[in-house]
Design a protein around this ligand. Sequence first.
Ligand SMILES: [Zn+2]
Length: 365
Amino acid sequence: MMVSMNYLLLTIDYELFGYGNYLGDVIHHIINPAKQLIGLSEKYGIPFTFYFEIEEYIKFEKHSHRLKKNLGYDPAKMIFDNLQEIINSGNDVQLHVHPEWHRATYNNDKWFLCLNENTVDSLYKDQADTTNFIRSRKEIIETITSKSHKLHKIVAFRAGGFNARPALKLLPALRKNGIVFESSLVKGLYQKSPLGFVDYRKCPADKTLWRVDDDICMENELGLIYEIPIYSIFKRRFRHLTYNKIRTKTSKDIPKNKKIDFLKQLNINNPAKLIKYLMQKAPVKMDIHNQSPKYLINLLNAAIGSGHASSFPNIFVAIGHTKEHNEMNCKAIEQFLQKLPIIPDLQIITFTQLYNIFQDQGYIK
Ligand SMILES: [Zn+2]
């Protein structure tokens, strides 16, 4: 009997915070967390895919002289070296873009981001410019990673703030650059934030991936790009406001303005509004920095058990963020990795490995 394989991709967004007065710092919110995750990966033989936010790196490199003077270290150089560690330890690096950094300026030792430019589509009028933009980002990362692994290729993309739509220019740009996996979508997500407006309420409900052509929410059997959403389930909010999530979102490592935003969203001072908010249904993501090991294992078991209407293997994408990493959730992630082998027929892979599997099976021409 053929056992159908299930694949889990543990993806980590590798970045600072995206808005507000304090964006975090590279050592505390990127490098140290990534090093701890690399350590766990080596200890348990489980790989992560780091979604590297390229735009902030480009800015750090541009202003490296001033940043070095102000911070006492060169953040771009640190990231460059850290990416070598990631690749050398068998982990993966793929493309993450926060467009609001693209035309950001550094004045009087402060960053000013362009929050109204929050999708790749919003950056350039023309398709050709958008395609060149993605090409240059892919090339910059491949130039860095080739120092440790000559053949490493960018094959997967994630938009900043989950904000990929309309993707009319983005999808052709990915296609022309050989990027075949798109993983920005969260089923059912409806969100207005400083990073834009996202509406993923209409998309294939019973699939863990589908082919797309000009809209990531619309299945198109002729499409050459695979949309692989960040795995989520739809629940009333009070059921996923877990202890781990509250601890993570209000931890001392999170900038003050982010904590205020989190509490504002909850309407913590208005019991009637708070109850209404908690009763609303919303997607809960498979998030290794916000959920307990037990919750994640139950979520995975339920996901695998429910089966999916697709000829493809079952693929589950979990998310995490270097900027949300702390001592408490690091321990929880370790326990989760320890428990993972109890799930039968589950393989934990990177996007590079998924690309190779899809090539072997003829899903990618
Ligand atoms: Zn991001």
